[in-house]
Each structure stands twice: as structure tokens, then as C-alpha cells.
Design a protein around this ligand. Structure first.
Ligand code: ADP
Length: 454
């Protein structure tokens, strides 16, 4: 206020005081009347008051208002406005201040939106993220990071990373990023209760415009599924090699013996040749199953869907299996809605029925019974294969669809099983968008239900 007074009014006041003094001096020098002198002073004083009040209203008051509006804006209150038409200059000033406030408000809204978008993206990332400054203080951690390492955002933000994170490999990753000033990659395992998760961490340094290191951003990927797949692939290769090795060793051994000992003894020769034949048959079954699986797993695999009558399907599949079952002394019954039409890949569904019935025959001792049911429930075709065989233990049930999994390895091999039958069945059912369920009780029997969309 003092400032405004000194800058805007002081010159006027000085001018009026000077003019008053000059007037007084003139009157006094010219020996004018004292009354006239007083009258002059009074008039000039009134003029001074009027002038001061006009100046105050026109400049001081609006400038004060403008100053307080600017004060509000600098405090972040962008809705503050200032209106005045006291003078042209002040009017223009008010327009400028209001437009500045509007612009600031827009910029701040945009900034807020962008920062909200950014934090939504960061929080919804499927990978963990942590931002560390050049001194090692954590600035940002996202939701996924919290789900990986536990605790809460407030337990990390503002703390030194090595004070709040105990994982050695994480420390290494941060240190290497700072040391080499380039992207680095590490992987490690983390215990989460009873589970172990595999993580890959990628550290990237952050530079400012003068190319000085300002911190690092570290992204953590959960590669547990990938590791599992890698293990499945490795196990699969090991299993295939093992499965192939057994018959090949046998074929090689018996043929070598035959070659060494000559073919003198007809009976032994026949016996050995039978073994060689059986083993090569086993090899063929194994290779056929492996090929079936690999065809089903191909990316461009397409089902050949056709309308198939149940009667037709049964006529093509059942006779050979019925013969096999009856040869083993099993009672074989078929309960099928023969007129029902199914829209399926006929050859694949035939394989499902053959594999399931084959298992039922293999794992049911003589005098037992086997039943095939083919009907429908609601919108699904229902294929059921039930046997009164040896059954499967409950803890083994979830694993029987795995490749090469056998509850009893020796028994499965003796029956000529490849260990791939149910894996193939499951694949075929899944590519038909169907589902498969198994119920079993040891020494009571097993029932497999297959549901396919109509
Ligand atoms: P395999 O060629 O060994 O029969 P599968 O994939 O068809 O391979 O079956 C996997 C395992 O599940 C079998 O080794 C067997 O232990 C068990 N299994 C499958 N079907 C039956 C069944 N009907 N009764 C008892 N066990 C079964």
C-alpha cells in the first residue's frame, strides 16, 4: 500500500503541495488579502481530496485487487478472477490476468490428466516397476511390484532401496545399471509363501538433458509360466528319448544276438523275431501318438467338422474293440442314441473313443465290465466310458492327462500303453471346445465323461 502510494500518488501530492505553496507565496508577495489566501488554500485542499479519492478508486483499488488475484493464482487457485473497468489500462490488465488464470487452469488440468493416465498405466502394468533416483531412493513402485515383494507403497517410497529390499540380485541389478549406465538383465527366484516365482529384472538408466545419470527404472517380469513351459519341453524331450530308447535297445540287442549266433535254432530265432516285431510295433505306436500330438498342437491346426451320425461312428469303432474286450473276458455294453447327429471332426472323435475304450480294456481285469454311453445333456453331446477296473488313486487323477504320466509304469508298458493316450484325448476335446472329467475309485473302476458342444 505504501509502495502504491509512493509510486502513484506521491507525485500528485507533491505537485499540489507545491502549487499551494506557490499560490501562498504569490498572494503573500503581492500583499493580497488574507481571506483570499485562506479561501485559496481551502479550495485547493478540497481539490486535493477529490483528486486523491478519484486516483485511489481508479488505480490503487484495482491494482490492489489485481495483486491479490495474482497472489491467489500463484498459490494454485486457478479459479480466481479479477474484473474491473476503472480505466482502459486496468480493464486490459484484468483481461490478461483472467486469461492467464484460464490458461494455467487448463495446463494444470492437462497435467493432472496426464499424470493420472501415467499412474493408471504404471499401476496396471503386468510387470513390476520401481523408479530409483541417483542416490538410491525409491520414488515409484507399482501395484504388481507390491504383489511380488509384499508390504505397502508407503513402505518403499522415500526409502533407500537396499534398506527396504533384501533380494541380493535386485541390489546387483541396481548397482550394475548405475555402474555400466546401460540396460542390464538379471533373473532370480523369489519365495512367496509356499510358492517360488521366477523373475526377470531389466534395469534401464535415466539421463537428464545434459546426459547425466539421474536414476534408474527397473522392470520385473514374472517368468514363472515361461520357466514351467521350458521345463515341460525339457521333460518332454527327455521322456521321448527314454521311451524310444527302451524298444530300440531291445531291437538292437536281439538282432545282434541273432546275427552273432546265426539262425540255427528256429525256435529261438522265432522268439527273438517276435520280440523285435513287438518292440517295433511299440515304436510305431509311440511315433504315431507323437505325430498326432504334434499335429494337434500346430498353430494352423484346423478341425474338419462334419455332421456325423452316432450309428455310423459306432459301426466303425466298436467291432474291433468289442472283440478285444470279449477276448479278455470283459462284458462290453454300448448304450447310444444311434440317430443322434454330432457336428465333430469324425476321425478325431473316433480316436477319443478308441483311446478311452482301450484304457478301459487295459486297466480292467477279466470278468469285469465296460460301458460306452453316447447321448446328450443340455447343449452338450455326452460320451461316457465306464469300467469296473483297477481305478486311479485320487492324488494321481489330476496328472493322468500329462504326457507320459502313468500311475503304474510297468503295468502301462506291459499293456502296450504309450503314456500319451489321454494327453491326445484331452487335446482333441479342447480343440472341440469341450471338457473332460474323470471319476475313479481304486478297485471299483473309472468313468470318463467327455462333453462336446452340439
Ligand atoms: P497309457 O498309454 O499308459 O494308458 P494314457 O495317457 O492313456 O497312457 O493314460 C495315462 C495313465 O492313466 C495310465 O498309464 C494309467 O495309469 C491311467 N489310466 C488311464 N485310464 C485308466 C483306466 N480306465 N483305469 C485305470 N487307470 C487308467
Amino acid at each position: 500500500m505504501k509502495d502504491v502510494f509512493s509510486k502513484t500518488l506521491l507525485p500528485y501530492v507533491i505537485a499540489i503541495v507545491l502549487s499551494l505553496t506557490v499560490t501562498g507565496l504569490i498572494i503573500w508577495q503581492t500583499n493580497a488579502n488574507l481571506l483570499l489566501l485562506i479561501a485559496m488554500i481551502v479550495i485547493e485542499s478540497i481539490l486535493l481530496i477529490v483528486l486523491l479519492s478519484v486516483l485511489y478508486n481508479k488505480y490503487v483499488k484495482p491494482i490492489q485487487k489485481a495483486a491479490s488475484t495474482i497472489n491467489e493464482i500463484t498459490k494454485g487457485n486457478y479459479s480466481a478472477r479479477f474484473h474491473s473497468s476503472a480505466s482502459e489500462v486496468i480493464g486490459e490488465l484484468s483481461l490478461k490476468i483472467n486469461s492467464l488464470a484460464r490458461n494455467m487452469s487448463e495446463i494444470s488440468m492437462q497435467e493432472q490428466m496426464q499424470s493420472e493416465q501415467l499412474s493408471t498405466i504404471i499401476d496396471n502394468m503386468q510387470s513390476g516397476l520401481v523408479l530409483i533416483d541417483e542416490k538410491g531412493y525409491i520414488h515409484v513402485v507399482n501395484r504388481k511390484f507390491i504383489s511380488m515383494f509384499g508390504k505397502d507403497v508407503k513402505d518403499y517410497r522415500g526409502y533407500l532401496y537396499y534398506d527396504v529390499l533384501e533380494v541380493e540380485k535386485f541390489h546387483e541389478a541396481v548397482q550394475k545399471t548405475f555402474l555400466y549406465e546401460r540396460n542390464i538383465k538379471e533373473s532370480f527366484t523369489l519365495r512367496q509363501g509356499v510358492n517360488t516365482i521366477h523373475l526377470e529384472i531389466i534395469g534401464a538408466p535415466i539421463f537428464n538433458e545434459r546426459n547425466m545419470l539421474k536414476g534408474a527404472v527397473l522392470v520385473l517380469y514374472d517368468i514363472t509360466e515361461l520357466k514351467k513351459l521350458e521345463k515341460t519341453r525339457k521333460d518332454f524331450v527327455a521322456n521321448v528319448s527314454h521311451e524310444l530308447k527302451t524298444p530300440i535297445t531291445s531291437i538292437k540287442g536281439f538282432s545282434e544276438t541273432l546275427l552273432d549266433s546265426g539262425l540255427n535254432n528256429e525256435e529261438t530265432t522265432k522268439e527273438f523275431l517276435t520280440i523285435i516285431y513287438n518292440e517295433s510295433h511299440r515304436l510305431q505306436l509311440l511315433i504315431d501318438d507323437l505325430l498326432s500330438l504334434s499335429r494337434l498342437e500346430k498353430d494352423d491346426f484346423r478341425l474338419v467338422l462334419n455332421k456325423v451320425k452316432v450309428k455310423e461312428l459306432i459301426e466303425e469303432v466298436i467291432p474291433a474293440l468289442k472283440h478285444k474286450a470279449e477276448k479278455k473276458g470283459l462284458v462290453f455294453t454300448v448304450d447310444a442314441d444311434e440317430d443322434m447327429i454330432m457336428k465333430v471332426d469324425k476321425e478325431r472323435i473316433k480316436q477319443v473313443i478308441i483311446n478311452l475304450l482301450d484304457n478301459a480294456i487295459h486297466y480292467t481285469p477279466g470278468n469285469g465290465s465296460i460301458e460306452l454311453y453316447l447321448g446328450h445333456v443340455k447343449d452338450y453331446i455326452h460320451i461316457k466310458v465306464a469300467d469296473s477296473g483297477i481305478g486311479i488313486e485320487q492324488n494321481a487323477l489330476p496328472r493322468i492327462f500329462e504326457r507320459f504320466y502313468r500311475v503304474d509304469k510297468a503295468r502301462s508298458r506291459n499293456t502296450g500303453g504309450t503314456g500319451l493316450g489321454l494327453a491326445i484325448v484331452k487335446h482333441i476335446v479342447e480343440v472341440h471346445d469341450g471338457k473332460i472329467e474323470v471319476e475313479s475309485e481304486v478297485n471299483q473302476g473309472t468313468t470318463v465323461h467327455v462333453y462336446l458342444p452340439k
